[in-house]
Design a protein around this ligand. Structure first.
Ligand SMILES: *Cc1c(COP(=O)(O)O)cnc(C)c1O
Length: 487
């Protein structure tokens, strides 16, 4: 359902018009058939839009304007940390010495780049309280998988290869059970108690000599701090399991408390969340992992090490699980994260956590009278509210999320975590002003009022976007991915 006058680029095509001009060839041309087998050469020209450079420029600019991004509006998507990406990061990432380096260059010629990797490892060790860091994994989920493969290798090396279960709380991010499954483990769910925290009795029930690890995040996915983390650590360690920390959203605790000090053995971070790498649109991510001593021998190779004042790639890691990413991972994201860490400094990173938590608590309190607040306690960097009151009026959380689009807000995460009915999970981040937070709260309160008084306005939303409600099942099952000519 396309609204307005939006024209597709194929429809603006005029025969013979071109968007480029190349000089005439002054070298001998090559026949395609000299290069490829006949069957790979197309017999008819592809039907492409014939437009001028200006037309195509406008086309793409118009498309980009239709996108919602952190640079165009508030984006309180819980568990995604959609915060501002400082533009100085981009400047550093584009410096020629970095951006023109080739991953196959001899290490002597890229000492600066290796130094950045080394320094990142050192900074992240300090931030996480871990003994060693690898930057290789390209995303949070790949970091989870990498660490679980290392935990598997660790148990096997100790003659305990039978440990095949990974414990995951019912509020966990979906990647946790997914990574555990891909790493060949069976997942076991541990339930939350009425306070939204890990139920210790249930943990004691599920833990055993087949436990390989537990995957947790603290604060958990409801934005609540697991008070009993030391007891959880002891229960799992005494059973011979390892503790894995999902540090995708470190915003809440950075420079305040460290996963390493809470007793975790492995952690992943998302440089594209907490550390201001651009995020979304399928762009490159980075999910470094940190591990304690026991797991160090199994790190992916190569590692960047410092020897006699220079930086080298160390491939001599006999028990390594091997390489998990070509070359050295997404180096451009390290540069952005490194710039962020160095511009903030330790005190700045502490302030980040404080402001992320204050912003989140402020919004939770402003919204508590209009929505159901399932856990009425201090939250950390994010919080959940429930649309169960509005559901009784015939308006669901999905409808309210769609209505937010009319006011140029990206909706929060909805229907996640699964253990809260009609859930909205809101993460404001520290980079937003009080005015922005107030604007969003005012709008959500207004939508709650509409749900009561004029529900059809909410049920039919969005009204202002180019595309209205999609049939989301059809869109997923039968996506239309290319333009089809009518003739
Ligand atoms: C985003 C996120 C992940 C996964 O990170 P990706 O980079 O998207 O793979 C894992 N856990 C939590 C809590 C997250 O928020």
């Amino acid at each position: 359902m396309l609204k307005g006058s939006s024209k597709l680029i194929f429809e603006g095509s005029t025969e013979g018009r071109t968007g480029f001009s190349l000089p005439t060839l002054d070298v001998e041309s090559v026949e395609l058939s000299d290069l490829y087998e006949e069957k790979y050469i197309r017999q008819t020209d592809a039907r492409l839009p014939e437009v001028s450079e200006l037309d195509i420029m406008r086309h793409y600019t118009e498309l980009s304007n239709k996108n919602h991004g952190v640079d165009t509006g508030f984006y309180p998507l819980g568990s995604c940390t959609m915060k501002y990406n400082p533009k100085i990061n981009e400047k550093v990432a584009r410096m020629g010495g970095f951006s023109h380096a080739h991953p196959l260059q001899h290490s002597k010629t890229v000492q600066g780049s290796l130094e950045v990797i080394y320094e990142m490892q050192e900074s992240l060790k300090e931030i996480t309280g871990m003994d060693e860091i690898t930057l290789q994994p390209a995303a949070g989920a790949q970091g989870e998988w990498t660490a679980l493969m290392m935990i598997r290798a660790y148990h096997e090396a100790n003659g305990e290869g039978h440990r095949n279960k990974v414990i995951v709380p019912d509020s966990a991010h979906g990647t946790n059970p997914a990574s555990a499954t891909v790493a060949g483990f069976e997942t076991v769910t541990v339930m939350s108690n009425e306070e939204g925290l890990v139920d210790i009795d249930d943990l004691k029930r599920v833990v055993g000599d087949d436990t390989a690890a537990i995957m947790l995040t603290n604060p958990n996915t409801l934005g609540l701090f697991e008070r009993d983390i030391m007891e959880i650590r002891d229960i799992v360690h005494q059973a011979g399991g390892k503790l894995y920390y999902d540090g995708a959203n470190l915003n809440a605790i950075m420079s305040k408390v460290r996963p390493g000090d809470m007793g975790f053995d492995a952690v992943h971070l998302n440089l594209h969340k907490t550390f201001t790498g651009p995020h979304g649109g399928g762009g490159p991510g980075s999910g470094p992992i940190g591990v304690k001593k026991d797991l160090v021998p199994f790190l992916p190779k190569p590692m960047v090490v410092k020897k006699d004042g220079s930086f080298e790639l160390d491939n001599n890691i006999p028990q390594s699980i091997g390489r998990v990413k070509p070359y050295y991972g997404n180096f451009g994201i390290y540069l952005r994260a490194y710039t962020y860490i160095r511009t903030m400094g330790p005190d700045g990173l502490k302030e980040v956590s404080e402001n992320a938590v204050i912003n989140s608590n402020y919004m939770m309190r402003r919204l508590q009278n209009s929505f159901v607040l399932p856990y009425d306690t201090h939250c950390k960097h994010e919080f959940v509210i429930s649309g169960s009151k509005q559901k009784k009026q015939g308006v669901r959380t999905l409808d309210m999320a769609k209505r937010l689009l009319d006011f140029n807000y990206h909706p929060p995460t909805i229907y996640f975590p699964l253990n809260v009915e009609e859930c909205m999970m809101i993460e404001p981040t520290e980079t937003e002003s009080k005015e922005t937070l107030d604007g969003f709260c005012d709008t959500l309160i207004k939508i709650a009022k509409e749900a009561e008084e004029t529900p059809e306005v909410v049920l039919e939303a969005p009204h202002t976007t180019v595309i209205g409600r999609l049939d989301e099942t059809q869109a997923a099952r039968k996506p239309v991915l290319k333009y089809k000519f009518e003739d």
